[in-house]
Write a protein that binds this ligand. Structure first.
Ligand code: ATP
Length: 477
């Protein structure tokens, strides 16, 4: 990872803001923490919910032939044999003999400009690492003394309902990815809804992996949430549909407010044997361009494997041509946490104001902002202002996530709302009591206008839809 001072600072600033303002907390903190697991705080859960809603809208609501699913985390253990996870879902690991840091060998090699192949056996990756390790230094202590490479399985074992003495004989796993729940429900969905090939199944849910490399904040965690869409098509539709999916996923990020200069395609050169093509969309995180989403053309591998292991026929007969085949699958897969980190990176701005003051503001796209409006009485010790502000808050909260705040001075309240990315702030003053108008302050420009209280709902709706703030009134400040 490129870690110059500036990028390190931005990452540290984001991590600290997330903790300070209640977006992301380290797990089990009062017990000393729990590595590579995080909890979402009050604003984090709002942001994650808004991201999931935007994904669901783009992938399910606005599509005619994609339907949703919520499969369970626990599944039959044979599913993980069929998927290849029991045998092959392993990362190559080495340990620094000086400081005991455990690191992924494919990542160390990548930093040294050498690409390792996911399919390499332990012997093969050891050989490749031996050839290059003399020039690879430990990122923690700077030394150069490595243990042999071991492949480490990422599946997390559980002992649910397992009453035998020997758990290892009949293991149950926490799912390592959500898509297997989609594959094994393919037939149920086909038989119970009005879909016909081509069609897709979308799902948002938790996945668990024994990740070796921690310390990357919410970019890589051991418990995370995936948003996955698996699209079932005929063999000759596969590549055409794949291209369409790639284009629509790129557009999705632009619509989400990610700037195009911070996105990049990464084509996989070493494909697994069954894959037709694989691309990642990479985002320019504070530590450089890294995978945000994977978009893969997977051939008929997944359903063929499940058909073989379950003994259930999973082929499809085209109602018109009567052609029979096992559906091919193209997939789009992205983490909620990784999207959050991309959105936070994109939104985080530190501005220099007059008088040497700095302002930290999260300029979230309107749809994603956790809080849409903050409502303040100008003075907290004037009951008539507090009462009026509260009545406006009580009305607005029916339609938007809002906050009422009467603590500290107005400047402090604005600062706090800027740091959590609240779209607008409304301040109720004495004029409000006289003529029912209120000041509305824009987060991004800090411009203020005066609007009719009765119009706030309509104005907010339009701002969320993307209309310009100043189109609703003349700037008074
Ligand atoms: P990486 O190479 O970064 O380990 P991967 O190629 O193993 O990722 P996939 O298995 O393709 O990832 O998972 C699809 C998506 O799920 C990723 O693009 C990422 O957004 C998300 N994801 C995967 N692993 C994690 C994790 N440990 N923490 C957070 N998100 C993850």
């Amino acid at each position: 990872m490129a870690e110059n001072k500036q990028t390190k600072d931005k990452m540290q600033q984001i991590i600290s803001l997330c903790k300070r303002r209640g977006f992301v907390f380290p797990s089990s903190e009062i017990y000393g923490g729990f590595s590579a697991v995080y909890d979402l705080g009050p604003y984090g859960v709002e942001l994650a919910n808004n991201i999931k809603a935007a994904w669901w809208k783009a992938m399910v609501q606005e599509r005619e032939n994609i339907v949703g699913l919520d499969s369970a985390i626990f599944m039959h253990s044979k599913i993980w044999e069929a998927s290849g996870h029991v045998g092959g879902f392993a990362d190559p690991l080495t340990e620094c003999k000086k400081c005991n840091s455990r690191l992924r060998v494919d990542h160390l090699l990548e930093e040294a400009g050498v690409m390792a192949d996911e399919k390499m056996t332990e012997d093969e990756i050891n050989k490749l690492f031996d050839e290059h390790k003399s020039k690879i230094k430990c990122p923690s202590c700077g030394k150069n003394d490595w243990t042999k490479v071991k492949k480490f399985n990422l599946l997390v074992k559980a002992n649910l309902g397992n009453f035998t003495e020997d758990w290892s004989r009949d293991p149950v796993y926490l799912r390592g990815e959500t898509c297997q729940g989609i594959y094994v429900n393919y037939l149920n969905v086909l038989n119970s809804s009005r879909v016909q090939i081509p069609f897709g199944i979308a799902q948002i849910g938790k996945a668990f992996r024994n990740e070796v490399t921690a310390r990357q904040f919410i970019f890589r965690t051991r418990e995370f949430e995936q948003m996955e869409m698996q699209y079932f098509c005929s063999p000759n539709q596969e590549m055409e549909e794949y291209e369409k999916l790639r284009q629509s996923r790129w557009q999705y990020y632009l619509n989400l407010g990610i700037s195009e200069k911070n996105l990049k395609w990464h084509k996989h050169e070493n494909l697994v044997f069954y894959a037709k093509e694989a691309y990642d969309i990479e985002y320019n995180f504070p530590f450089g361009f890294k995978e945000l989403e994977g978009i893969h053309a997977r051939s008929d591998y997944d359903l063929s494997q499940h058909s073989k292991f379950s003994g259930v026929a999973l082929d499809y007969t085209d109602p018109e041509t009567k052609e029979k085949y096992i559906p091919h699958i193209i997939e789009s897969s992205v983490g909620v946490g990784r999207t959050m980190l991309a959105v936070l990176t994109e939104a985080f701005v530190e501005e220099q104001l007059e008088k040497g003051e700095t302002r930290i503001v999260l300029k979230f796209p309107a749809k994603l902002a956790p809080i849409k409006a903050a409502i303040f009485p100008l003075l907290a010790n004037k009951p008539e202002l507090v009462e009026k502000a509260r009545s406006i808050f009580n009305e607005l909260k029916k339609d938007f996530m809002c906050e009422f705040d009467d603590s500290g001075n107005i400047g402090k309240r604005y600062r706090r709302q800027d740091e959590i990315g609240t779209l607008v702030a409304l301040t109720c003053d004495f004029e409000t009591l006289e003529n029912n108008t209120i000041t509305l302050r824009d987060r991004d420009t800090m411009a203020q206008i005066r609007v009719d209280v009765a119009k706030i709902k309509e104005i907010l709706e339009k701002i969320i839809e993307g209309e310009q703030f100043l189109s609703f009134g003349k700037k008074i400040k």
